[in-house]
Write a protein that binds this ligand. Structure first.
Ligand code: PLP
Length: 463
């Protein structure tokens, strides 16, 4: 399998190189040259198989002739042994139609563990075989940092630098990043906002001398390997509910569009998905785009579901590429307009193709808390505010009653103490890993919002 860039002028790469480079050199994102096809019999067999076995079947064809493909069963086994439930991604039934897919049983209690635990093992192995090292740099509004540090700590071939906005992540999220003692893990509090952190990371990548000198690599969802790992649970969940003989639908709390793009990939691979619901909070740029055809940047509002407080939804570029029949020139035109004018208009035909499978709904702050309470009152389940946005959007879906809706539960509520206090007062159960954080020593580097300061720090601390 080869990978091509959505902007058409970066070199075509194999799986390993696409994974290690993360962002394509033309500024685009890598996508597989063709979609792997799984036939009905294969999909039907998934309902009797373990999560790990399905992961190996779904992911191997994406790895082509990479050595990683042979070692995949080991990496998958190790990655999901870190989860607190053997099912990895269990389903819980909420109503006759709506099911919750629990993706928060990994070490950092957010769905980002599902991909990050696998990615860390793949990257480490590829680097060690090449006798290479990498400096992993990432910006986080909270969950990506904790998941990346949990996955990459202790790995010999990498140093990891996570930039987070000082004072703007939850206590739990900060402690997950700062209480790790490994010397090659650096949690950096930036005197600025999340947007500042993201600009610093981009500036570091765009300095090509620095990028080469420090062998920068990225672990956010612009990295294809992360999206790829998330395809698996769309298949396991759907097969448990009767696919491929029955259609299913998904409601996905959406920020950077990585998770829901994995669902789109599953559909392209042969999974019969009736609808993919883009569930957003009041930062509803994607819902407005699907309705009007115009993608227009606005200001970000802080909400109870901070991991979806976003305007530039990176993986939407991958969808634009697909619905434009892989016309890279078209994608370049959209992205240039976005940079220059802060907006672009999607072609009628492309928009119509999008609407065949995607729907969108916006859930406001009041509804989010009300849904958290409703799910607890009616089902005894405490859910996090992001998952509540998913359930709220699922309730708005207008589908035949025999199509099950799978709503993705993307984090454990214990990660969001403020929303929990507002909705529940206190949680019935707080995981021991969260309680234990309070007693751990924190190690934080404070840096100004300044690219030279960040680059100096990375240069001196990479091994
Ligand atoms: C990152 C995140 C999301 C959004 O996922 P995307 O792939 O960025 O769309 C939703 N919920 C939680 C809890 C997250 O951490």
């Amino acid at each position: 399998m080869k990978y091509i860039s959505t902007r058409g002028s970066a070199p075509t790469l194999g799986f390993e190189d696409a994974m290690l480079s993360s962002l394509a050199s033309d500024g685009g994102l890598y996508v597989p040259q063709e979609w792997v096809q799984l036939d009905k019999a294969v999909i039907a067999s998934f309902c009797d198989k373990s999560y790990e076995a399905v992961a190996v079947e779904v992911l191997t064809p994406f790895m082509g002739d990479s050595v990683l493909a042979q070692r995949l069963p080991d990496f998958v086994a190790q990655a999901y042994a870190t989860f607190s439930t053997p099912e990895v991604a269990p389903l819980a039934q909420l109503t006759d139609q709506i099911h919750l897919l629990e993706l928060y049983h990994g070490p950092s209690l957010a769905f980002k563990d599902v991909a990050m635990q696998l990615l860390a093992r793949l990257m480490d192995d590829a680097l060690i075989r090449r006798g290479a090292r990498a400096s992993i740099i990432g910006a986080t509004s909270g969950d990506t940092g904790g998941a990346a540090i949990a996955a990459f700590r202790g790995r010999e071939a990498v140093d990891i630098f996570i930039l987070y906005p000082d004072g703007r992540v939850s206590d739990v999220q900060r402690r997950q990043m700062t209480s790790v003692s490994d010397a090659h893990v650096h949690a950096i509090a930036i005197d600025g906002t999340f947007d500042d952190c993201q600009s610093l990371v981009k500036a570091a990548f765009n300095d090509s001398a620095f990028r080469t000198q420090c062998a920068l690599s990225g672990v956010n969802s612009i990295n294809w390997a992360r999206v790829m790992a998330q395809i698996v649970y769309y298949f396991t969940a759907a097969a448990q509910l009767g696919a491929p003989d029955r259609q299913v639908a998904f409601s996905v709390p959406t920020g950077n569009f990585g998770d829901i793009f994995a669902g789109y990939a599953a559909a392209r691979m042969g999974l019969p998905i009736a609808q993919l619901m883009i569930a957003t909070n009041v930062n509803d740029i994607l819902a407005r785009t699907l309705q009007s055809g115009r993608y227009a940047l606005g200001a970000v509002t802080a909400t109870h579901s901070p991991s979806m407080d976003i305007q530039v939804s990176s993986n939407f570029e991958r969808l634009l590429f697909e619905v434009s029949n892989r016309d890279a020139a078209k994608v370049c035109a959209y992205m240039n307009a976005l940079t220059q004018e802060g907006a672009f208009d999607i072609d009628e035909a492309a928009l119509a193709t999008m609407r065949q499978i995607f729907a969108a709904a916006r859930i406001d702050e009041r509804e989010t808390l009300a849904i958290m309470q409703e799910v607890k009152a009616t089902h005894g389940l405490e859910i996090d505010p992001h998952s509540a946005v998913g359930v709220g959007a699922a309730q708005k879906m207008d589908l035949a009653a025999d199509i099950p809706i799978i709503s993705l539960a993307t984090a454990h509520p214990a990660k969001f103490p403020q929303a929990v206090a507002a909705a529940y007062g206190a949680l019935d159960n707080t995981p021991a890993s969260i309680t234990a954080l309070a007693d751990k020593q924190e190690r934080i580097t404070h840096l100004p919002n300044n690219i030279e300061a960040v680059q100096d720090f990375i240069r001196t601390h990479k091994r």
